[in-house]
Design a binder for this molecule. Structure first.
Ligand code: ADP
Length: 497
C-alpha cells in the first residue's frame, strides 16, 4: 500500500516538489529556481525545457532525501503558474519558442483590437474572464504569427499548445498524453466555462487550430502514468489545478460561500460559488474551481496587485524595515496610523477598480507622522485592498463571508491578520500548513486513486494554527473604511490632475 503523494508545484520563479503523507504532513521538500527572461521591457519568458528540467531535478531530490521509492507513491499531483503558454512540435516534442509568461504584456494591443472588434461581451459571457493579455489566447496567437514556420506547422496539425500543467504531464508521460484540467482551461480565454468545451467562435477569431488544444479533463482523475525511468517505476499522474484553485482546494473550501485569500506578492481571493456561476458586476473573474468528473464547481476571483510587495518596497525601496516580519514591531508601537493612508497602486489597481493608470498615493501626512505610522499604514493597505474584494464578492453574490482562510508568505503576519479580521468583520483562520497550493494538488491526486476516500476525510487534515476574531467597534470600522475609500479616490484621480 503506497503511503505518500507527490506534489509538483511549478511556480513563476521556482519549481518545487513536496511529498506528503496521509495526514497531509510534509515528508520531503525540494526547490529550484530558474531563469527569468526579459527580452524587452514588459516581456517575460521562461525556457520550457528549463521548467521541465528543474521540475524533474526537484522530484528526484525530494525522492532521494526521503528515500521514497516509486512504489511508495500513490500518485502525482500538479499545480502550476497559470496562463503561461507553451507551444511545441508534436513530432519532436520540442518547444518552438520560449514559454510566454502570464505577466508578459506583449499582446496588449491585440486585446485592444479584440475590444474594438466588439468581442469583449462575448469573452466575458463565454469564458468568465475580462479580456486581457494576461490570459493564454493572445500569447498563442503571438507565437503563431511571429515564430518562423509556426503557422505552416499549425496548419499541418503538427503543433501542440499547453499551459504548464499540460507541458509537465506531456513530459512526465513520455509524450503520450496531451491534456489539461478545467481550472487551467478556464484561464486560456478560449474555454466555454458553461458548456465545458473550447469555443469555436473564439478559436476562429484568433485563428487557433482546434488540433493544437489539449483534451480537458477533471482536476482529479488519472491522466496517465509517469515514464518508468523518471522515478524508478511508473506512478499515476492524477491531479492538476492552477495554483489559486489548488490553494482553494488545499484550504478545504469545498462548499459554496467558502473563501481563501493568499497573501503573496499580490493577493488572490477566491470564493467557491458551488454549481452557480456568478457574472460579476464588480470586476471579479468567474472561473472553474477544481472539479471532479461528476460535478463542476465555480469560483469568483479577485486579485490585488500589491500585497506582500508593499513590504518589499518598504524594505528595498524605502529601506524603512530590514525584513518583512519586522513590520509588526513598528505597527504595534503606535495605536493607529494617525490618519494616514497608503494606497499601493504601484501598477494600477486590480479588483474591483481595474484601473491600470491609478498611482500609488499617501494621504493625511502631518508633522506628527512617523515611520511607525507609515509602516502600519502599509500593512493596513493590504487588508483594505483585500476587504474591497470581499465587499465586491458580497455585492455580486449576496453571500456574507463568515470566515476567511488565509495562506501565503504575508499571512504569517499576526498584526495584518487581526486587522483583516477587524476591518472585514469576519473570522480569519490560518492553517498549520500554509503550503496549501501543493497540498491542494496532493489532495486532488490522492482522491483520484482512493488514497483519500472523500473530501470529508481530507477535511480532518485541516488543522488550525491561529484564529483571529473581529473586535473592532462598528463606528471605528466605518470611520476607517470611509478614510480608505477617500484615499482610493485620490489614487484613481491622480492621472486626471
Ligand atoms: P510569492 O508566492 O508571491 O512569491 P510568498 O507566498 O512566498 O509570495 O510570500 C512572499 C511575500 O510575503 C513577500 O512579498 C513578502 O514581502 C511578504 N511577507 C513575508 N513575510 C511577511 C511578514 N511577516 N509580514 C508581512 N509580509 C510578509
Amino acid at each position: 500500500m503506497s503511503k505518500y503523494v507527490m506534489a509538483l508545484d511549478q511556480g513563476t520563479t521556482s519549481s518545487r516538489c513536496i511529498i506528503f503523507d496521509h495526514q497531509g504532513k510534509i515528508i520531503a521538500k525540494a526547490q529550484k529556481e530558474f531563469q527569468q527572461i526579459f527580452p524587452k521591457p514588459g516581456w517575460v519568458e521562461h525556457n520550457p525545457l528549463e521548467i521541465w528540467s528543474s521540475q524533474l531535478s526537484v522530484m528526484i531530490e525530494a525522492q532521494a532525501l526521503s528515500n521514497i521509492k516509486a512504489i511508495d507513491l500513490a500518485g502525482i499531483g500538479i499545480t502550476n503558474q497559470r496562463e503561461t503558454t507553451v507551444v511545441w512540435n508534436k513530432e519532436t516534442g520540442k518547444p518552438i519558442y520560449n514559454a510566454i509568461v502570464w505577466q508578459c504584456r506583449r499582446t496588449a494591443k491585440m486585446i485592444d483590437k479584440l475590444k474594438t472588434d466588439g468581442l469583449e461581451k462575448k469573452v466575458i459571457e463565454t469564458t468568465g474572464l475580462i479580456p486581457d493579455a494576461y490570459f493564454s489566447a493572445s500569447k498563442i496567437v503571438w507565437i503563431l504569427e511571429n515564430v518562423d514556420g509556426a503557422r505552416k506547422l499549425a496548419d499541418e496539425d503538427k503543433l501542440l499548445f499547453g499551459t504548464i500543467d499540460t507541458w509537465l504531464i506531456y513530459n512526465l508521460t513520455g509524450g503520450k498524453v496531451h491534456v489539461t484540467d478545467y481550472t487551467n482551461a478556464s484561464r486560456t480565454m478560449l474555454y466555454d466555462i458553461k458548456n465545458l468545451c473550447w469555443d469555436k467562435e473564439l478559436l476562429e477569431y484568433f485563428k487557433i487550430p482546434y488540433s493544437m488544444l489539449p483534451e480537458v479533463k477533471a482536476s482529479s482523475c488519472i491522466y496517465g502514468y509517469s515514464k518508468e525511468g523518471i522515478l524508478g517505476g511508473s506512478v499515476p499522474v492524477c491531479g492538476a489545478a492552477g495554483d489559486q484553485q489548488a490553494a482553494l482546494f488545499g484550504q478545504c473550501c469545498f462548499e459554496a460561500g467558502e473563501a481563501k485569500n493568499t497573501y503573496g506578492t499580490g493577493c488572490f481571493l477566491l470564493m467557491n460559488t458551488g454549481k452557480k456561476m456568478y457574472h460579476s458586476k464588480k470586476g471579479l473573474i468567474t472561473t472553474i474551481a477544481a472539479s471532479n468528473e461528476k460535478e463542476i464547481n465555480y469560483a469568483l476571483e479577485g486579485s490585488v496587485f500589491a500585497g506582500g510587495a508593499v513590504m518589499q518596497w518598504l524594505r528595498d525601496g524605502l529601506r524603512m524595515i530590514k525584513n518583512a516580519p519586522e513590520s509588526i514591531e513598528y505597527a504595534l508601537k503606535v495605536k493607529d496610523t494617525n490618519g494616514i493612508y497608503l494606497v499601493p497602486a504601484f501598477t494600477g489597481l486590480g479588483a474591483p477598480y481595474w484601473d491600470p493608470y491609478a498611482k500609488g498615493t499617501v494621504v493625511g501626512i502631518t508633522r506628527g507622522t512617523s515611520k511607525e505610522h507609515f509602516v502600519r499604514a502599509a500593512l493596513e493597505s493590504i487588508a483594505y485592498q483585500t476587504n474591497d474584494v470581499i465587499q465586491a464578492m458580497l455585492e455580486d453574490t449576496n453571500i456574507n463571508l463568515s470566515c476567511l482562510k488565509v495562506d501565503g508568505g504575508a499571512s504569517a503576519n499576526n498584526f495584518l491578520m487581526q486587522f483583516q479580521s477587524d476591518i472585514s468583520n469576519c473570522f480569519v483562520y490560518r492553517p498549520e500548513i500554509i503550503e496549501t497550493t501543493a497540498l491542494g494538488a496532493t489532495y486532488l491526486a490522492g482522491l483520484a486513486v482512493n488514497f483519500w476516500k472523500s473530501k470529508e476525510e481530507i477535511k480532518n487534515n485541516w488543522l488550525l494554527n491561529q484564529e483571529f476574531k473581529p473586535v473592532m467597534k462598528i463606528e471605528q470600522r466605518a470611520k476607517l473604511l470611509e478614510g480608505w475609500s477617500k484615499a482610493v479616490r485620490f489614487a484613481l484621480m491622480w492621472k486626471d490632475i
